[in-house]
Design a protein around this ligand. Sequence first.
Ligand SMILES: *Cc1c(COP(=O)(O)O)cnc(C)c1O
Length: 217
Amino acid sequence: MSLSDIKTRIEAAAARHGRDPADITLIAVSKVQPLDRVEAALEAGHRIFGENRVQEAQGKWPGFRERFDGIELHLIGPLQTNKARAAMDLFDVIHTVDRVKLAHTIARIAEETGHCPDIFVQVNTGDESQKAGCSIDEADALVAECRALGLPLKGLMCIPPVDEAPSLHFALLAKIAGRNGLTGLSMGMSGDFEEAIAQGATHVRVGSAIFGARDYG
Ligand SMILES: *Cc1c(COP(=O)(O)O)cnc(C)c1O
């Protein structure tokens, strides 16, 4: 697989479901990947990347930003309150706002700095204790809180449980977004981004299908 294969598959999935492929953003998830693979994607013209750890991203992206214009970085991993400032410095979009305290911290820093990344609220649609995200029941209230704080809230994000049909989770996330008047849907990974597109995904987060398997060794 490669970047262009994934783009072709996104376009085909969009066409099958009567959607404009321009409404679907491909976030190339570069966490843990060797730098030469990430650089190859940059050389090929890709500019939108996802990372799940602030510290790892800090070591990698300032250097790439010096060499490549127009990089857009998305934080897709859990965010600790004490890393919010660093995350807001580095990332253009944060997909993982999942609690009121974090929303308040981001709002306070945004007021101080005059700058705030776009925000997605992460919903733990599978109700998994080991996973980040607010519960389904808390989602409407957290969305309302983000709005009351004036955060640039763009949509919702989820990571379905590995052992369940992802489409049900994507449909649920779309339903919660719809009733809250949100259009952004960050959902779909290497194994299920076409199903996510069928359910309305606006941001798919694809790592291993572009870069190869991650080597955590
Ligand atoms: C790692 C990761 C991805 C990409 O996963 P792949 O299966 O490699 O495509 C997507 N979303 C999140 C939140 C991730 O942590």
